[in-house]
Design a protein around this ligand. Structure first.
Ligand code: GLY
Ligand code: MN
Ligand code: MN
Length: 451
C-alpha cells in the first residue's frame, strides 16, 4: 500500500484511512453476503488522453473504499467461506522491466501482508481461479457497465463455471451499489477528518484567489492560483475540473474553458475543490473582479447568501434530505419576486416553478470519495432522513443568461451568475460547515479584496 510521504503541515496532521479500516469495510460487506453470494469489485485501468499519453491514474472509488490500493488493473473478490480464500485480490504481477517505466508495484506476493487480504494472485490467473470461486455461487454482486472489458472477462468466468456443471442455473447479477453505497453514505471519523482537511485546503485556495483577482487577469491565471494552493498544501489534484467563470460565463453550469479575460465590473464564479487522499471537497464563491459588488450584483448575491443560510439551517439530523432544497427554493423565489425578476406571489411562483429558469440545478448532493458521492436520496419512495456522518454540499445559485430565451428579462440583469457552495457535515447536534474559512458575506469579501 502507498504510504503518505508528504511532510506538509496540513496533511500530515490528518491520520488518513488506516489499513484496519479498509479491512473493517470489507468485513462489513462480507457479513451481508451469504454462501451463495460473491462480490466482485474491479479497480480502474489506465486511460489514454491522446495517443500514448495517459490521464493521471484515478482508482475506482468502490475499489478504493474497500482496499486503499491505488494501482491499476486489479480486482477484489469477496466470497464468504470460499476456497482458496474468502478475500482475494487479483493484481498485476511484478515485472522489473515494466517497473523501470511505471515504478515499483506491490505485486501479489506482498499484497496479503500490505492490504490484509487473505490471498492475492496475478491478474493473468483470473480466468483460472475466479470460476472456482464462482462454484456454487449463483448471486454475483458487481457493478456492470463501468468497466466494459472486465465485464466481458467476468461473463466468460461465469460461463466457464456453468460449463463445469457447478452453476447449472447460471449466475444472477445484482448491483453491488445496493449494499456498498449505503456503507459509503455514512462517513467514519477518519473520513470526516479527511473531507474536512480537503475543505480547509480548498477554503484557503479560494481565499488566495480572491486576494489575487484583478481586472485584466485571465480565468486561466486565476485557476493557476487555485491549483498552486492545492498542491502547496499537499493535495495532488482538483477533485473535478475547476470552473473559473467571469461575467456571463458563470451562466454555463459546466464552464471549464477558463480562457477569457476577467473584466472590470463583472463578478467571477469559482467552483473548485481539491481531492485529498481520494476524498473530495467542493466549494463555490462568486466575487467582484474589481473588489466591489455593483448594487445589482450585491442585490442578487444577498438573495443567494440568504438562501444558503436557510438551507444550511435545514441540514440537521432527522430532517428530510430535501429540506435544504425546499428552504433554498423558497428564499430564492422570494428574492426573485422582490427583485421583479418573476411575478409574485410566492405560493403561485412555487406552484408554477417560475423560479426554475433562474435556479437551474438542485441545491445539494452527497460528498465523499466522489464529488457527487453515492447513496440513494430516497428510500422506498420517500426522501431519506439526514443522519450524523453524512456529508453534503449546500449550493444555491441564480443565473440570468444573456442569450436566447431571456429577452424578456431587463437587460441590466442579464449575463450574471451567482452560486455559493459549502461542504456540510451532519453531526448529532446539528451540522458543521467544513469550508467556512473562506469569506462569503459580501462585506467580508470586499474587505479581504481591499488588502
Ligand atoms: N462542482 C460540481 C458541483 O458543484 O456539483
Ligand atoms: Mn461545485
Ligand atoms: Mn457541488
Amino acid at each position: 500500500m502507498k504510504t503518505r510521504t508528504t511532510a506538509n503541515p496540513v496533511t500530515s496532521a490528518v491520520p488518513g484511512i488506516q489499513p484496519a479500516e479498509f479491512q473493517a469495510r470489507r468485513a462489513r460487506l462480507m457479513a451481508e453476503l451469504t454462501s451463495n453470494d460473491v462480490a466482485i469489485v474491479p479497480g480502474a485501468s489506465i486511460r489514454y488522453r491522446n495517443r500514448d499519453t495517459e490521464y493521471p491514474f484515478r482508482q475506482d472509488s468502490d475499489f478504493y473504499y474497500l482496499t486503499g490500493f491505488d494501482e491499476p488493473d486489479s480486482v477484489l473478490v469477496l466470497a464468504p467461506g470460499s476456497e482458496p480464500a474468502s478475500t482475494v485480490l487479483f493484481c498485476p504481477e511484478r515485472d522489473p522491466a515494466r517497473e523501470q517505466w511505471t515504478g515499483e508495484r506491490l505485486g501479489p506476493e506482498r499484497a496479503p501482508q500490505a492490504l490484509g487480504v487473505d490471498a492475492a494472485f496475478p491478474n493473468s490467473r483470473l480466468e483460472e481461479i475466479l470460476p472456482r470461486i464462482l462454484n456454487g455461487r449463483w448471486c454475483v454482486h458487481t457493478v456492470m457497465g463501468e468497466h466494459p472489458e472486465f465485464d466481458q472477462r467476468l461473463i466468460a468466468c461465469a460461463s466457464t463455471a456453468r460449463a463445469r456443471g457447478a452453476n447449472a442455473g447460471g449466475c444472477e447479477f445484482q448491483p453491488l451499489q445496493r449494499l456498498l453505497h449505503e456503507h459509503r453514505l455514512i462517513k467514519s471519523p477518519a473520513e470526516q477528518q479527511l473531507i474536512a482537511a480537503a475543505g480547509s485546503i480548498t477554503a484557503d485556495a479560494h481565499t488566495e484567489a480572491m486576494r489575487h483577482c484583478r481586472p485584466g487577469l485571465s480565468e486561466t491565471q486565476l485557476e493557476a492560483v487555485l491549483v498552486h494552493a492545492f498542491m502547496q498544501a499537499g493535495a495532488r489534484a482538483p477533485a473535478y475540473p475547476s470552473i473559473v467563470a467571469g461575467g456571463r460565463n458563470a451562466c454555463v453550469m459546466h464552464y471549464v474553458r477558463n480562457d477569457s479575460l476577467l473584466a472590470d465590473g463583472d463578478v467571477v464564479l469559482i467552483d473548485a475543490g481539491c481531492e485529498l487522499e481520494h476524498y473530495a471537497s467542493d466549494v463555490t464563491r462568486t466575487f467582484p473582479v474589481n473588489g466591489t459588488y455593483s448594487p445589482r450584483q450585491r442585490d442578487l448575491y444577498e438573495v443567494v447568501l440568504a438562501a444558503q443560510a436557510e438551507a444550511i439551517a435545514a441540514a440537521v439530523p432527522g430532517a428530510n434530505c430535501t429540506g435544504p432544497q425546499d428552504a433554498s427554493t423558497r428564499v430564492l423565489t422570494e428574492g426573485l419576486i422582490d427583485l421583479g425578476l418573476i411575478p409574485g406571489g410566492i405560493d403561485e411562483a412555487l406552484e408554477t416553478k417560475a423560479y426554475q429558469r433562474f435556479t437551474v440545478h438542485r441545491c445539494s448532493h452527497w460528498l465523499g470519495i466522489d464529488v457527487h458521492d453515492v447513496g440513494d436520496y430516497r428510500c422506498n419512495g420517500d426522501w431519506r432522513e439526514l443522519q450524523p456522518g453524512m456529508v453534503l454540499t449546500i449550493e444555491p445559485g441564480l443565473y440570468i443568461p444573456d442569450g436566447p430565451g431571456f429577452d424578456d428579462v431587463d437587460e441590466a440583469w442579464r449575463g450574471m451568475g451567482i452560486r455559493i457552495e459549502d461542504d456540510v457535515l451532519i453531526e448529532e447536534s446539528g451540522n458543521r460547515v467544513l469550508t467556512d474559512a473562506v469569506p462569503k458575506a459580501a462585506d467580508d469579501i470586499e474587505a479581504l479584496m481591499r488588502h
